[in-house]
Design a protein around this ligand. Structure first.
Ligand SMILES: Nc1ncnc2c1ncn2[C@@H]1O[C@H](COP(=O)(O)OP(=O)(O)OP(=O)(O)O)[C@@H](O)[C@H]1O
Ligand SMILES: [Mg+2]
Length: 414
């Protein structure tokens, strides 16, 4: 720990001796010790009492102490000395260490020096020679008291400033984040409104047609229009669902409950669900997993949403008459699921935009399916929420593979 110095300067050795004795007495005295300790949390050992007999030496000592990281609480100096006078010395001490308190020992008629010291050296008190010990003690004790209080205030303000700077920075960061969020919300709303407008105007147009021409329309025509209304409303429903899901993910209120589960039956159910849409395009779903358990830690609802999105894409972007391969592999610490298609594949530029929000890329649906560009964004967030990984391997014109890895639960398997 760094020390707190009290320096005395006098060319008279006998005065220096008595100053030294009295200062040690003051610092060590029981009653004052309590005051010092309360003020500075210091014990008397941590006070450094130094005696020097001229101004130059005092300045050198001050520089040395400051360089060492010590503090100089008090400099008590004689006024008239052969080389440097006391008022000049205290002025220079004040320049070196502005928080140091200074006390001058004066004889009679040294008013000019006192005035200088008050003006230029932040003179705390002067003591007339010869002094009474009790007076000296009171002055020194009060000086130290005052010094420690000022140090505490300085530390308090420094800490306050640091806290204010920190809070200001935090507020600025929050403000930037809020502005970004606000911008995203605006974009989100604009795209959502745009996407909802098409099916909505289709529904409105068809309903108008039915009402206007009801008497002249054939029953089959009405049925066809109602079917189209159903398709459009289903589209809107999907969009709204996706938007709500994104909103839930971004609000960070999504509940994730990881539990050990076997992926195989879950995946099988979803693959079965896509048999009919795939058949409509004469697409074969090739899923021949080894009949074993594929245990992992995952959330049963979220994992279904992940596979649903990936299978939906494979069917949606595959041309007619192709095959989609679904593979499940148990690796050392993970369970891997791969959905590979023979579709158009993705360029490198498109691959860089995959998993972004509203990223409808070059490949377009091959059977007039709906596309909001949110599915893979949702997939990535859900997989990450389950501490898994998802990525795409693809070459333009050579199909795409979407791979998901979930953390395995090998202990459960054993
Ligand atoms: N298997 C795939 N093959 C080729 N392109 C794909 C494939 N999967 C996704 N894409 C491309 O990536 C884009 C983003 O896919 P994503 O699933 O996020 O949205 P989407 O399918 O357009 O809409 P939805 O929100 O209904 O899923 C798609 O628009 C498509 O261009
Ligand atoms: Mg999709």
């Amino acid at each position: 720990m760094n020390q707190i110095a009290i320096i005395c300067v006098d060319d008279d050795a006998s005065i220096l001796d008595s100053l030294e004795i009295e200062l040690h007495k003051i610092v060590k005295s029981e009653t004052d010790l309590t005051t010092f300790e309360q003020l500075s949390n210091l014990t008397h050992d941590e006070y450094l009492i130094e005696m020097v007999d001229n101004g130059e030496e005092c300045l050198e000592l001050c520089q040395e102490l400051l360089a060492n990281g010590d503090e100089i609480a008090l400099v008590i100096s004689d006024c008239i000395m052969p080389q440097m006078r006391g008022d000049e010395l205290l002025k220079q001490v004040h320049t070196l260490s502005p928080n140091t308190l200074t006390i001058m020992l004066t004889g009679q008629a040294e008013f000019e020096a006192l005035g200088n010291a008050i003006r230029y050296a932040k003179l705390y008190r002067y003591i007339s020679k010869p002094w009474e010990f009790e007076d000296f003690k009171l002055t020194v004790t009060e000086a130290l008291h005052s010094y420690h209080q000022e140090q505490k205030l300085i530390a308090f303000y420094a800490n306050l400033e640091e806290k204010i700077a920190q809070r200001t920075q935090e507020l600025q960061q929050k403000n930037t984040a809020l502005l970004k969020l606000d911008q995203e919300r605006k974009e989100f709303l604009a795209i959502a409104a745009h996407d909802l407008k098409n099916p909505l105007s289709a529904i409105q147009g068809l309903a108008d047609l039915i009402i206007g021409d009801y008497d002249t329309l054939a029953k089959s025509e009405v049925t066809e229009m109602v079917n189209m209304i159903l398709i459009s409303s289903k589209q809107m429903f999907e969009i709204v669902n996706n938007l709500l899901e994104v909103n839930l993910i971004e609000s960070e209120n999504m509940k994730v409950s990881l539990q050990e589960l076997d992926i195989l039956p879950i995946l099988q159910v979803l693959v079965n669900r896509y048999v009919v849409p795939a058949q409509a395009k004469n697409i074969t779903l090739n899923f021949k997993p080894k009949p074993e358990s594929y245990y992992t830690l995952a959330d049963v609802y979220l994992i279904q949403r992940v596979f649903d999105n990936l299978l939906s894409n494979a069917v949606k972007y595959s041309p007619f008459d192709k095959t989609i391969y679904i593979r499940l592999t148990q690796l050392a610490n993970t369970v891997r699921c791969e959905i590979q298609d023979e579709g158009p594949g993705l360029s490198e530029a498109d691959q860089n935009k995959l998993f972004g929000k509203f990223s409808r890329l070059t490949p377009a649906p091959t059977g007039q399916e709906n596309s909001t560009g949110l599915g893979l964004f949702i997939v990535k967030k859900l997989v990450e929420a389950m501490k898994g990984k998802v990525w795409c391997e693809s070459q333009l014109g050579k199909g795409s593979s979407f791979i998901v890895e979930f953390i395995g639960n090998s202990e459960t398997r054993a």
